[in-house]
Design a protein around this ligand. Structure first.
Ligand code: 13P
Ligand code: SF4
Length: 379
């Protein structure tokens, strides 16, 4: 379980909403200057430009976890991302050896807006996963299964993986994590994102028939027969990202028909029919690196969150970059973090009264650290 210390309603941020971006930016910079290396602002690639420009470091989920794990001088991490990222930062920045090195002093992790959650992470509750595990155990031997949770999940699910010999994966190391898992046990239970699990396993030769989807709302065995579970190699959880779910096969077809030679670059949270047709699929960092490394004049249709695609478009005028979907696919919860929330949360820290502090309880921290440390070792 994770606790929120000093949660504050949006009413506290209201006065900041009427300030201009210039005013907010200069107040943010003033706090950054005042706190110096005691403060680290981490920003995920999906953040809006005006927020990301105030971050000390930016990255994908794997890199942001590494940054939190490596933090040494800082005493405050302000996470411009979503809730599961802040929880992970709290666990890694305050793991026992780090606490000892700091003489017991904790790093305070702040999420500027508590409404910045992840709808995919909310699709798998620990009670549902525990229940599924027990049900599966009535048909197959659970000691044959490695539970793998995508980092986009609550800390309680990471703790579950820690307790059961499992591991956490991100979009950048999913394949290595599945290889790690299959080297130890014959099956994988993958949650909460069915698409990342399926897209990754298909590339490793696991067939669709060997990947039943467990739907926690579909009754016994998540809506599967005993035969399907017995024949499984990867049991997928019925979860998805509502942003990436919007990219469709017809969008790929339309771009290919309209712009000859265009390359399709997508995040592996996209559904199978999109991922299969893409030229390249990878984490947000891989998407950025791929565009950066391409020669001028390359044409792209990119299937991931809108803010990242727009930034790439601005930063690479020498390339032709399109957003893969005709409709706006943006992560509304990431977008909750705006300059007003960032400024407010920083000034709360500067005043000695940090709000929206994310703190994972001790037992969950200990158990999830097992699965997170494995994730950091498997690149
Ligand atoms: P990355 O780890 O690729 O940055 O993805 C995080 C995420 O939430 C994608 O929707
Ligand atoms: Fe969650 Fe999707 Fe937003 Fe990523 S883009 S944080 S998976 S809702």
């Amino acid at each position: 379980m994770s606790l929120v210390i000093a949660p504050r309603s949006t009413a506290a941020v209201l006065p900041y909403k009427s300030l201009s971006n210039e005013e907010l930016s200069s107040r943010i910079e003033a706090v950054r200057k005042q706190l110096g290396s005691r403060l680290m602002i981490l920003g995920h690639h999906y953040q809006q430009d005006e927020v990301i420009k105030h971050s000390d470091l930016r990255g994908d989920s794997y890199q942001l976890s590494q940054m939190a794990a490596a933090s040494s001088d800082c005493r405050y991490i302000v996470f411009c991302g979503v809730h599961f990222m802040a929880e992970t930062a709290d666990i890694l920045a305050n793991r026992p050896e780090k606490l000892e090195a700091r003489g017991g002093e904790r790093v305070t992790v702040v999420l500027p807006d508590m409404a910045a959650g992840c709808s995919m992470a909310d699709m798998a509750a620990i009670e549902q996963v525990e229940n599924a595990w027990q049900e599966l155990g009535e048909v197959i031997d659970t000691s044959d299964i490695t539970p793998v949770t995508y980092i986009n999940s609550a800390a309680s699910l990471k703790a579950f993986c820690g307790r059961h010999g499992g591991i956490v994966c991100t979009s950048s190391n999913a394949r290595s994590v599945l290889e790690w898992s299959f080297a130890r046990r014959k099956r994988v239970f993958f949650f909460p994102d069915q698409h990342l699990g399926r897209n990754t396993a298909l590339k490793m030769g696991v067939t669709e028939e060997e990947m039943p989807v467990y739907d926690p709302y579909a009754g016994d065995l998540g809506g599967n027969s005993e035969a399907a579970i017995s024949a499984s190699r990867v049991i997928l959880w019925k979860g998805h990202c509502s942003v990436h779910q919007m990219f469709r096969k017809e969008h790929v077809d339309q771009f290919r028909a309209r712009i000859p030679g265009i390359k399709i670059l997508v995040h592996p949270e996209c559904p199978r029919e999109v991922n299969d047709l893409a030229d390249i699929s990878g984490s947000t960092s891989k998407i950025i690196q791929t565009v950066e490394a391409a020669p001028a004049g390359t044409k792209w249709a990119i299937g991931t969150e809108l803010h990242l695609v727009q930034r790439l478009k601005q930063e690479h005028p020498e390339q032709e970059i399109h957003f893969l979907s005709p409709v706006i696919c943006m992560c509304a919860t990431m977008y909750r973090i705006d300059l007003a929330h960032l400024c407010w949360s920083l000034e709360q820290i500067a005043a000695g009264t940090p709000s929206n502090v994310i703190r994972v309880d001790e037992q969950t921290t200990t158990e999830s650290l097992v699965a997170l440390s494995r994730m950091l070792e498997v690149k």
